[in-house]
Design a protein around this ligand. Structure first.
Ligand code: ZN
Ligand code: ZN
Ligand code: ZN
Length: 371
């Protein structure tokens, strides 16, 4: 019944913690020139700095033409309609203030948003392994190309993505370190015995009096359900294949590093509200490296552009390769609407191309009590 003697013979006693998957020993990884610092799990060094370009990139130049800046405004009808829609979106709110309120003032607090996007590619390497199933083995057949010399198809500009690639000429086959090349590991549930103490009679073989335990037929032990009585289970690291393909994995990550600067306005509407809306695009400039926008009517925008462009080009070229930059200026319409309802003055804001409404002080937020 218990054929665990065979399983036992396969395994020398492995001391105490033969359960935990062991970390691969350092000797498992070949020494690959150009990849000396590469570690298991990538904990070693993070992203690899790209090599310096052979010829220096062209210095960015200011745009030759200056755009015309014109400032739109919204009508009273637009403001009222947006407010009505907003109020009806809150099921408990009374529609009365939005419907009957009389607009007494409309003030524009339009603001500018400068946005800089820097699209980068970064690369990192780590040792990795997978079950060996006959994949090509190419370690040492040629020198491995440098991490930045491996051709990778990049996505469209400003589209984020990550790709993993086996570094050519680094794949080799090794005995699985986890099961020592056995393909199976002792079962932790029964400590490799294949059976364990019967849960029904706690090993006595009898229950209340002299009745034989019918769960284990009086043996006092039962088959281990975890390993089906084998005493061992398939190794999870090599999936029973006994061998692993060990290789250096290159991870390539494309990131759009986006940063906004919004000119402070005194309307009382918090700047965070603007993150969800778009504005009218006044300026757009896409280049390998942009030159900070110049001559914009609001000097705060020009100053922010200079600061962000310098910071991005410096920071992102150190640990990654800059592929493209884009700078935009949007005009975000903000209208502060003052209206009278039941003799009192209240305000709300309509902002963005989407005519979003903010009405933190709506006078009738519960239709059950007001009216
Ligand atoms: Zn029993
Ligand atoms: Zn077991
Ligand atoms: Zn294994």
């Amino acid at each position: 019944m218990y054929n665990n003697s065979e399983a036992h013979a396969m395994y020398p006693p492995l001391a105490s913690n033969f359960a935990a998957p062991s970390a691969p020993p350092a000797g498992m990884f070949d020494n690959v020139p150009g990849y000396e610092g590469t570690t298991m799990g990538g904990g070693g060094g993070g992203y690899l700095p790209p090599p310096a370009p052979i010829c220096p990139p062209p210095a960015p130049e200011p745009a030759p033409t200056q755009p015309e800046w014109n400032i739109p405004s919204i009508s009273e009808d637009t403001a009222r309609e947006a407010f009505r829609l907003f109020a009806s979106g809150h099921c408990c709110w009374s529609k009365a203030p939005a419907q009957d309120g009389v607009i007494t003032a409309m003030d524009a607090f339009n603001t500018y948003r400068y946005r800089l996007e820097t699209f980068t590619e970064s690369r990192s390497t780590e040792w990795d392994h997978e079950q060996y199933d006959g994949q090509p083995v190419d370690a040492y057949t040629q020198p491995a190309p440098g991490p930045w010399d491996i051709p990778v198809q990049s996505p469209s500009h400003f589209e984020e993505r990550t790709e993993h690639i086996k570094v050519p000429y680094t794949s080799s086959v090794k005995d699985c370190h986890d099961c020592l090349g056995q393909g199976r590991k002792p079962c932790t549930e029964c400590a490799g015995a294949g059976n364990k103490v019967c849960w029904s009679c706690s090993g006595a073989g009898v229950r209340s009096g002299d009745d034989q335990c019918n769960h284990c037929s009086g043996r006092g032990r039962e088959n281990c359900s975890d390993c089906h009585g084998h005493g061992s289970k398939e190794c999870e690291t090599c999936h029973g294949k006994r061998q692993l393909l060990v290789y250096i994995k290159l991870s390539v990550k494309w990131t759009n590093n986006k940063e906004d600067f919004v000119v402070e306005q005194s309307s009382g509407l918090k700047i965070e509200n603007l993150a969800s809306v778009s504005g009218k695009e006044l300026f757009k400039d896409t280049q390998y490296l942009v030159y900070p926008v110049m001559g914009f009517p609001d000097p705060a925008v020009g100053q922010a552009a200079e600061r962000l462009v310098r910071d991005h080009q410096d920071r992102h070229s150190r640990s990654s390769r800059i592929l493209q930059q884009r700078q935009t200026i949007e005009l975000i319409p903000i209208t502060k609407v003052t209206y009278k309802w039941k003799g009192d003055k209240h305000t709300y804001f309509v902002y963005g191309n989407e005519f979003e409404v903010n009405a933190d002080e709506y006078p009738a937020t519960c239709c059950c009590t007001v009216m």
